[in-house]
Design a protein around this ligand. Structure first.
Ligand SMILES: Cc1ncc(C[n+]2csc(CCOP(=O)(O)OP(=O)(O)O)c2C)c(N)n1
Ligand SMILES: [Mg+2]
Length: 500
């Protein structure tokens, strides 16, 4: 190869790792790597804040299951990116310069001193680590057979099983083993996090409106690649019965048994673990339990139907989400970034394919959406990427619409604009009695902000105008913002009153 500068060497290794795109905000420190990337055919996509660059890298990892790479310049570039790293850490997304792919994925930070990047090396003489296959374990890890036996024994006694499947199902590409296990147990399946889409909403064991009743009534809970965090009442009663047997599957031992003990734990690739359970468990018949769940599901939909069909002005957030639900096709990636509006979206909108729903993850970082959406659009050119956005969240990384315009990424954002940090405002009012620092100016024209940045924008005040506005926004071929004024007095009702 001859004499190459340090930045070029870095790019060569990235290329060998299959990296197609890097996300960055410029700085002298990393300029050599840009040069290397151009020479190696790696796309350099730049953002307006380093945090957004790291979120974009995480978004890339989330949609491709390959490491996402962010290049940050030394000092403030790195410190600005820290929130992005933290979000990726908690979500277990392989991010930053050379992510970890074997074992449990997560972000890794590699510091590159300036003298290495700017200097030259004779590649004929220096050591070459070879192909990634030679230095990184490529196989999957299977669970301990004794633990599998223990879990199978518990399943043989199960009468009211429930499957809660989350993010690791996506990372392990395990949608098919999930379907097989669910069918073997005839257990209702509820999805969260990146697990959404891992069982299509058309499957008879897919449920979404009966989760509370199912968990509260269950005797056996299979927690598959999901945390028992605030979303599951920390694994505690009344949501998770004290006497229920928990069979916990996850990629790393450190994630099992947190907040709630497990009667059996299977650690390793969750696809392999589910396969072993399906092999070992006897076929359970669909009986009264499933009938009860179907009934609860039907009642759940009934409870929602008035709000879903509401024609009220300002628009009910449930109606807002229903319009989105009816608009998307199975190739639309939905990115949620906000508070209450994303909770509503999670309740109403179902995606049909794994990897087509992206929310911030367990850290709940507002502002992740623009980066995630940019990455999704880059990874899925020609497919629709739709951001469901809070007006508060728009303020954190909304400047990225300029990056999208410049890089021709025609993402459409639909804002549920309630003129507030709604998810904070409502509980604060209920608990403390005032809304300090939780209000925003009502009716702000974020659509005009996006227009000013070179995109397309529309304001919508009536529910029936949402769909045509979305159609025009996608037809514009530009990054777009459909700014929808929604009812500020419809807080999402949740069992705990505290949000992060
Ligand atoms: C970076 C960051 N800062 C603050 C919070 C706390 N927080 C959680 S939800 C929320 C309100 C979000 O408001 P908006 O995006 O308008 O959505 P809404 O709840 O109004 O639908 C805030 C401030 C957070 N999760 N992330
Ligand atoms: Mg809001």
């Amino acid at each position: 190869m001859g004499i190459l500068h340090g930045g070029w060497l870095v790019a060569k290794i990235l290329k060998r790792e299959g990296v197609e795109v890097v996300f960055t905000l410029s700085g002298g420190h990393v300029a050599g790597i840009y040069d290397g990337c151009l020479r190696e055919g790696i796309r350099v996509v730049d953002t307006r804040h380093e945090q957004a660059a790291v979120h974009a890298a995480e978004g890339w990892a989330r949609v491709t299951r390959k490491p996402g790479v962010a290049l940050l310049t030394g000092g403030p570039g790195v410190t600005d990116g820290i929130t992005g790293v933290a979000n990726a850490y908690l979500a277990g997304s392989p991010v930053l310069v050379i992510g970890m792919l074997s074992g449990k994925p997560g972000p890794a930070f590699l510091e590159m001193p300036m003298d290495i990047l700017a200097n030259f090396a004779d590649t004929d003489e220096s050591f070459d680590p070879g192909e990634p296959a030679n230095y990184r374990y490529q196989g999957r890890t299977a669970p301990d057979p004794a633990m599998v036996e223990q879990a199978v024994a518990l399943l043989s006694k199960a009468q009211r099983p429930v499957i809660m499947a989350g993010t690791a199902v996506w990372w392990c590409d395990a949608a098919e083993p999930l379907r097989q296990l669910a069918e073997r147990l005839n257990a209702p399946v509820y999805l969260n996090g990146a697990g959404r889409g891992c069982l299509p909403p058309t499957h008879p064991l897919f449920f979404s409106h009966s989760r509370r009743k199912a968990l509260e009534g269950s005797d056996t809970i299979l927690a598959i690649g999901t945390r028992m965090d605030f979303r599951l009442n920390h694994g505690q009663p009344p949501l998770i019965p004290a006497e229920a047997n928990v069979i916990w599957l996850d990629m790393a031992a450190e994630d099992v048994g947190v907040n709630r003990g497990a009667q059996a734990a299977l650690v390793g690739d969750v696809g392999l673990s589910m396969g072993q359970l399906t092999k070992g468990a006897q076929q359970l018949v669909a009986g009264e339990w499933l009938e009860y769940i179907r009934e609860q599901e039907r009642k759940g939909y009934e409870r929602d139907s008035a709000a879903l069909n509401s024609d009220a002005v300002p628009i009910h957030p449930m109606r807002f989400c229903r319009e989105i639900r009816d608009f998307i096709d199975e190739d639309t990636t939905v990115v949620g970034d906000g508070g209450d509006i994303v909770s509503y979206a999670g309740r109403v909108i179902n995606v049909s394919k794994p990897g087509y729903w992206l929310d911030a993850g367990p850290m709940g970082t507002l502002g992740t959406g623009t980066g995630f959406a940019m990455a999704a659009q880059l990874a899925r050119p020609g497919q629709r990427v739709l951001m469901v956005y809070g007006d508060g969240s728009f303020g954190l990384n909304g400047m990225e619409f300029e990056s999208m315009v410049r890089q021709k990424l025609p993402i459409v954002a639909i804002i549920g604009n309630d003129g507030a940090w709604g998810q904070i405002k409502h509980p604060q009012k209920a608990i403390i009695g005032h809304t300090t620092a939780a209000e925003l100016t009502p009716g702000i024209r974020y659509d005009k902000v996006v227009e000013a940045l070179g995109g397309y924008g529309e304001l919508v005040e009536r529910a029936e105008d949402i769909r045509p506005a979305l159609e025009r926004a996608f037809a514009s071929g530009l990054p777009a913002c459909v700014n929808v004024l929604i009812d500020p007095d419809k807080p999402y009702s949740r069992s705990t009153n505290v949000a992060v």
